[in-house]
Design a protein around this ligand. Sequence first.
Ligand code: JB2
Length: 216
Amino acid sequence: MTRLVGIGAGGHAKVVLEILKLMGGYEIAAFVDPRKELWGRDVLEVPVRGDDTLLPSLYDQGIRHAFIGVGTTGDTRARRKLYQKVCGLGFEMVSAIHPQAIISPSAVIGQGVTIMAGTVINADAAIGDNVILNSGAIVEHDCVIGCHVHIATGACLAGTVFVGDGTHVGLGAMVRQSINIGQNVVVGAGALVLQDIPDNMVVAGVPARILKSAEN
Ligand code: JB2
């Protein structure tokens, strides 16, 4: 069994935990979370031991693997920062890939990803490190998804879409084929993206229009 620590013990962490249990081969030994009210309590039968200052001692106790349990709802910076911090402490990031995700054998998948139930990843797609593909997301053939991206529940990327690092594609958004979405973009829930989007923009609507700079 690979022992690991979950970073963050909220809603996203619980989903990741259950995927890892379904995959088998992992023992989730502990959570760390800054919320003091959770310390000493269990989340889905896993103890929350304290905050991130415990990570070096957990590492010394032989826990060498971790997952980022903190999700994103638009701003992906905190999740990216945590990922970099935990990697910097020497932990190996595990990927949680639901057995009911459909993944092309030609797709290339990075480290520390979360791929939830009902996700489809088609031929020759590439998925970067620390990406979340939430429940039922569709990533069509030849898409390239950068690192620290969240494709939210039910969002759909048609073929050959490019998504830059740190971008959040909201719940149920649709992106037409061959569109380029820049880095640190926020695509609002339900948007229909028919044009390329430059870096650091917030877009929403049908069709999607630029609302403002995301100031990332
Ligand atoms: O620096 C941190 C840190 N910052 C926040 N270190 C650690 N170890 N934990 C951190 N957290 C913790 O992450 C918070 O204290 C909180 O317990 C947890 C976030 O939980 P929450 O349920 O608020 O959000 P989430 O990130 O699990 O889920 C969001 O993103 C998902 C993808 C939600 O909006 C979900 O609806 C969404 N499905």
